[in-house]
Design a protein around this ligand. Structure first.
Ligand code: MG
Length: 331
């Protein structure tokens, strides 16, 4: 995850900066080295094949796996590479960050459940039309359901202003160098929003198909938006995101006549990485297909409300039982 892009740098630094030179491989082999300079070493695979490649050391270490002409930096246990960090250390940092994030996510989830809030985490690359879709969604839904929005961007509050123009409360979260929202940020933003009972919370994540996949914000679902002006092969290129999402919205379908985007192939790629993913085609600009998206949201809202009602009924029953027991004892 983000040890790769630099988000984990603070945590990495806090660990004391001790360099480790042990390198583990996906195939279970490991090698270590302490010196600077250049050497080559062999990788032996489970299938008996082996290959070697040179390593250049200048304090840092280029650690890739070359297969069929591809320099693959994702083959190790950490699934990525960061200059100066061993795979082991990357895994440890990642585990620490994500376990702390998950605690905050659980707290968010409890808060949402207590209020019957249906929370959706919208993820995509930049320019897929998330904010336009949110504006249209709010316009369609605000008469019957309260909607609040958390806007994630590295900088500016342009998107939150667009949302507030619809009348919906919105909190902008600027992540600075960070490339994703985390559950801690969302918890603080939610505090400011004073979430109404049985309402919809739309969280627009930072435009990025990589890191937001790893971060649970306490949402009910991740929804990935892919516009037809992008490549239909995005699900194969960014499988973690399409695996983490429960719904894919194919946006800007009004532009299909002018493009070579193959919707069928895109859906096939998405199902290949996530057989359970639902797909809705729509255009946030023209409104075509948005009724399916709104129906999907309504189903989620109903589920969140039913769960809250059930919890309240269970609590009432429990209180009544305790009161009856107390009355019997004193009477
Ligand atoms: Mg936006």
């Amino acid at each position: 995850m983000c040890t790769v892009c630099g988000c984990g740098e603070a945590e990495a630094g806090a660990e004391g900066g001790q360099q480790e030179n042990l390198h583990h491989h996906a195939d279970g082999t490991a090698h270590s080295h302490a010196d600077a300079g250049e050497h080559s070493h062999q990788h032996r695979h489970a299938d008996g094949t082996a290959h070697s490649h040179p390593h250049r050391h200048a304090g840092e270490h280029d650690h890739s796996h070359e297969v069929a002409g591809v320099l693959n930096y994702g083959a190790g246990p950490a699934g990525g590479h960061a200059p100066g960090l061993s795979q082991e250390r990357m895994v440890r940092i990642e585990r620490d960050i994500l376990s702390r994030n998950n605690e905050f996510a659980q707290a968010n989830r409890r808060r949402f459940a207590d209020r019957g809030v249906f929370a959706v985490n919208l993820v995509s690359s930049p320019g897929s039309g998330k904010t336009t879709l949110l504006v249209r969604t709010i316009e369609a839904i605000k008469g019957r359901t309260a909607v609040t929005v958390i806007e994630g961007d590295q900088q500016t509050s342009v998107d939150a202003e667009r949302i507030r123009a619809t009348g919906a409360p919105a909190v902008q979260v600027n992540t600075g160098k960070g490339c994703h929202l985390d559950a801690h940020m969302v918890g603080h933003a939610a505090e400011r929003l004073k979430l109404a009972e049985d309402s919809l919370l739309l969280i627009e994540n930072v435009g990025n198909l990589v890191c937001p996949a790893e971060f649970d914000l306490g949402e009910a679902h991740k929804v990935v938006i892919l516009s037809v002006t992008e490549g239909e092969d995005k699900p194969l290129k960014y499988p973690n995101m399409f695996r983490a999402a429960d719904l894919m919205l194919i946006n800007k379908v009004d532009l299909l006549p002018y493009l070579s985007f193959d919707v069928g192939r895109c859906m096939e790629y998405a199902k290949r990485v996530n057989p359970d993913i639902e797909v809705i085609q729509l255009s946030a600009t023209t409104g075509a297909g948005t009724e399916h998206w709104l129906a999907w949201l309504d189903k989620g809202l109903a589920r969140a409300r039913d769960e809250r009602v059930r919890t309240v009924e269970n609590l009432r029953r429990r209180v009544a039982e305790l009161e009856a027991r107390l009355a019997a004892r004193s009477g």
